[in-house]
Design a protein around this ligand. Sequence first.
Ligand code: G3D
Ligand code: MG
Length: 219
Amino acid sequence: MSHLRQIGAALGAVAAILGSVVFISWRYFNSKRRYSEEEYDIIKETQPREKKILVLGLDGAGKTSILNCLATRTVKRNSSPTQGFNAVCIHTRGCKLDFLEIGGSCNLRSYWNLYLNKAQVLIYVVDSTDQERLPLAGQELHRLLKEDPLLPLVLLANKQDLDGALNISDLHRKLLLHDVNYERKLFLMATNITEDGTEIPKSIHDVKELITQLISQKV
Ligand code: G3D
Ligand code: MG
């Protein structure tokens, strides 16, 4: 009788061990599931691709206002200067666009370079009416461009609604854009964030379209 009890206990122990092995293997294979190449391609296609866009320019050029407009699709001019960093995320056509604005005041400009190598596109905003600081805006821009000779550049000539705004060709000349190397993708666009309605201005639509195309390397 004690013999039978011993066999019963041994069988119970074996069943418990087998149960644990099955449970652990199930957890292991489910958590480390290997995907076939096709499954992997589908997952890659459906996951949003993350792209980083750095938004720089002197303080007061209109960076935050442009980002607000891109993100909310309504015109809402910014009313307080960016004290440091401002991150905005936009989802568009399977892409996650992470915009990072760094403030343009003198003390923050030293941080600009640190973020350049993480970006896929650089947006540089200038106040087209600020003729006094245009040489400084140009110097800071060229300093950045030296750091990365190929990073695509979208230069926004903002505040085109105001009297005295320089036009695109004057800005091209004054910012010495003919010195930019030919291998770099460079786009100069006129923008304005006017408060005459809630509609997003056409120029901002065009900026968004251009960024999307640049990110997917269609231009
Ligand atoms: P920044 O982020 O580059 O520092 P902001 O610039 O977006 O904070 O804008 C600075 C000021 O310029 C704000 O005015 C903002 O409303 C105004 N602004 C931005 N874009 C335009 C534009 O296209 N046209 C006009 N007329 N003004 C613009 P305040 O008065 O808040 O300083
Ligand atoms: Mg700002």
